[in-house]
Design a protein around this ligand. Structure first.
Ligand code: C2O
Length: 347
């Protein structure tokens, strides 16, 4: 049967391999009613590529303003920036047990839940930001790290230390012009060993290979099945896209232990880059789906009926199912079309 949402009243300290086992990320508990989410009927929002937005000062001002407002909310407000980061921590660092399975954590990484959960997380986050600046067209920028020109950290996250988008807990040696390495890892002999144009090409080929291999078999791309009562397999459960995403997390996070913010799931949501990394991961899923002629990835109801809960833009606690997020259109957003350079790279 499908994984069910946690019992919010039973949140406990979270843990991470690197940061210990008494991490506080429980949201302030409310016994408010949980209702089924009413999907929006707002105009279609278009997420745009970060590296192409740098000169759009109108957009940049809005984005900074929205994040600033989110950071200024009272600390226990469900929309507060750090509170939102804790949502990620709670679902990723074992702050909840699965209902009916004491000791088995709710975990949205390392399985087929990875892409749907993060899609919803971004959806609500984006709409809350829009609400804070009263803009129902607001979108998160996507970090187009699968294109030649997008393989560096978007500069608006790095070029102004006083910006609300700035975060000091990163590997600054990876700021532009450093090129992201899809094979980077904290484990010793990390990385592809390439630099410059060779690294760009290695990344493009890796992306192409990922798609080519996994198009016939969704499990390879999306991650392994995870059903109620099961524990995610942290060494083999992730899909190939999640694997690339893990490398990008580590590549942005602090270079030495303890690895924060992007370098550890319990802290990753404290860096605005997180949401642009994930917007592109989500876009790559969207592209994967189109390449497959919109064929459903899994017809298994254990996947389709998996249920999550979030705070929506009306401060309501809502219940959502995987089956309802498979088409971004239903969530009223899409992606700006940009060239997909890896599509034609080699074989
Ligand atoms: Cu929940 Cu990028 O991770």
């Amino acid at each position: 049967s499908p994984v069910m949402p946690p019992d919010l009243s039973k949140c406990h300290d979270a843990n991470s391999p690197g940061l210990g086992n008494n991490i506080k990320c429980c949201p302030p508990y409310t016994s408010a009613d949980i209702v089924d989410y009413t999907f929006p009927e707002t105009p279609l929002r278009v997420r745009r590529a970060a590296h192409l937005l740098i000169n759009d000062s109108e957009y940049m001002e809005k984005y900074e303003e929205a994040v600033k407002k989110m950071k200024e909310l009272p600390e226990n407000h469900p929309w507060n920036f750090y509170q939102q980061a804790r949502v990620h921590c709670a679902y990723c660092n074992e702050a909840y047990d699965q209902v009916g399975f004491p000791g088995v954590p709710v975990q949205v990484h390392n399985s087929w839940l990875f892409l749907p959960w993060h899609r919803y997380y971004l959806h609500f986050y984006e709409r809350i930001l829009g609400k804070l600046i009263d803009d129902n067209t607001f979108t998160l920028p996507f970090w187009n790290f699968d294109s030649d020109d997008g393989m560096t950290i978007p500069e608006f996250f790095t070029n102004d230390t006083s910006s609300p988008l700035y975060n000091a807990n990163r590997d600054t040696s990876h700021y532009s012009p450093a090129i992201v390495d899809y094979k980077y890892s904290y484990d010793s002999t990390a990385g592809s060993g390439d630099t410059g144009n060779a690294l760009v090409l290695a990344n493009l080929c890796y992306m192409k290979k990922t798609f080519k291999q996994s198009l016939p078999l969704a499990e390879l791309f999306m991650g392994d099945p995870l059903r109620a009562g099961q524990e995610a397999d942290t060494t083999n459960g992730f899909g190939q896209l999640e694997n690339i995403h893990n490398a990008v997390h580590m590549w942005v996070g602090t270079p030495t232990s303890p690895y924060i913010d992007m370098g550890d799931f319990s802290t990753a949501g404290k860096d605005c880059i997180f949401f642009s990394l994930h917007a592109n991961v989500d876009r790559l899923w969207h592209i994967y789906r189109m390449f497959r002629g919109n064929k459903v990835e899994f017809t298994d109801t254990d996947w389709l009926d998996t249920t999550f809960i979030f705070y929506d833009e009306n401060e309501q606690v809502v219940r959502v199912k995987v089956r309802d997020c498979l088409k971004p259109n239903k969530l009223r957003y899409t992606y700006e079309e940009v060239p997909i350079p890896w599509m034609n790279k080699l074989n």
